[in-house]
Design a protein around this ligand. Structure first.
Ligand SMILES: C[S@@+](CC[C@H](N)C(=O)[O-])C[C@H]1O[C@@H](n2cnc3c(N)ncnc32)[C@H](O)[C@@H]1O
Length: 291
């Protein structure tokens, strides 16, 4: 299913992109938000979009090749350094729409989804750590910690023991193999059937492999150097660990007098949006203005 941008109008409401302004979208994905921002800043404005996944360049091709748009296959955590490298001015607005896109579930070939049988890679970028290495070679205790903390999983011990037993017999090479091992040891009533028993284990591995929370912490610490006074920041997160990090960072910036909070409570999707795009169900949008 093609990726549908989440909370699109609400994001635009926070970012308020104006003609001639300079924006960065740190997570291009399928370019839904980027396209809308580019339209708003117009020919005299500029947008730089990043995505760690090269395949993102194959999506929303309609905006590639425009003079006022640049795509970079880089980690958003390095935006401050990239701005120095390229001698860029501070931005009028920054968007982060965290996690993975529906396209990555469909066609990444990297094992993000337990619904497709693919090699266990799970890293957005090419090269570096893979889920295969973590699952097949990490010590039991470390693996348990990853699944417990990043998956917020209630049965990390059971799952890890099953993984360790399974990998003694043969390497766990694919998403189907891993999902099978996890499902077998979890109760039938897991989360009252709301989610597949493998969901939290897959989430944990993806977050760990990509250092997702570290990336988020890093850019939140750099915001003052990336965004100009009066500039806006919008961040969409998809699980409580991320949302807590964003909420605390924004609160601290407010306390330090460097930001005004634009969203007292996180903005969530309407019932109608959730109906059209179930992925939006867990989205939480927060925004600040740098002062
Ligand atoms: C939810 S999608 C973004 C969807 C996009 N807003 C749209 O409307 O199509 C998140 C994207 O961020 C990318 N991503 C995740 N972590 C990243 C990072 N640290 N740096 C750059 N891109 C990252 C993923 O590869 C994925 O394509």
């Amino acid at each position: 299913m093609p990726h549908i941008p989440v909370l699109l109008n609400e994001v635009m409401e926070i970012l308020q992109p104006q003609k001639g302004e300079f924006f960065i979208d740190g997570t291009f994905g399928a370019g839904g938000h980027s396209g809308k921002i580019l339209e708003a800043v117009g020919e005299t404005g500029k947008l730089i979009s990043l995505d760690w996944d090269k395949k993102a360049m194959e999506r929303n091709k309609s905006i590639f090749g425009r003079n006022n748009f640049l795509f970079l296959n880089r980690n958003y955590a390095d935006i401050k350094e990239i701005m120095k490298e390229k001698s860029l001015p501070k931005v009028d607005g920054l968007l982060l729409d965290l996690g993975f896109s529906s396209d990555q579930l469909d066609d990444s070939g990297k094992g993000f989804s337990f619904k497709k049988d693919e090699p266990l890679i799970m890293s957005y970028s090419d090269g570096g750590l893979t889920a295969y290495e973590v699952v097949n070679s990490y010590p039991e205790e470390k693996l348990k910690e990853i699944i417990k903390v990043y998956g917020e999983e209630r049965f990390p011990g059971r799952i890890t023991r099953a993984i360790v037993e399974a990998r003694k017999k043969e390497a766990i090479k694919t998403s189907f193999q891993l999902a099978g091992v996890v499902r077998e040891v979890l109760p039938k009533s897991y989360e009252r059937g709301r989610i597949d028993p493998a969901t939290r284990t897959f989430q944990a591995l993806r977050i760990f492999v990509n250092g997702e929370l570290d990336n988020l912490q890093k850019i939140l610490g750099d915001l003052k150097e990336i965004v100009k006074n009066g500039g806006r920041v919008a961040i969409i997160s998809f699980h409580s660990l991320e949302d807590r990090i964003v909420k605390n960072a924004f609160r601290d910036m407010k306390k330090d007098g460097v930001a005004e909070i634009l969203t007292k409570k996180p903005i969530i999707a309407s019932a109608e949006e959730i109906k059209n795009n179930p992925r939006s169900r867990s989205a939480k949008l927060r925004g600040i203005k740098i002062i």
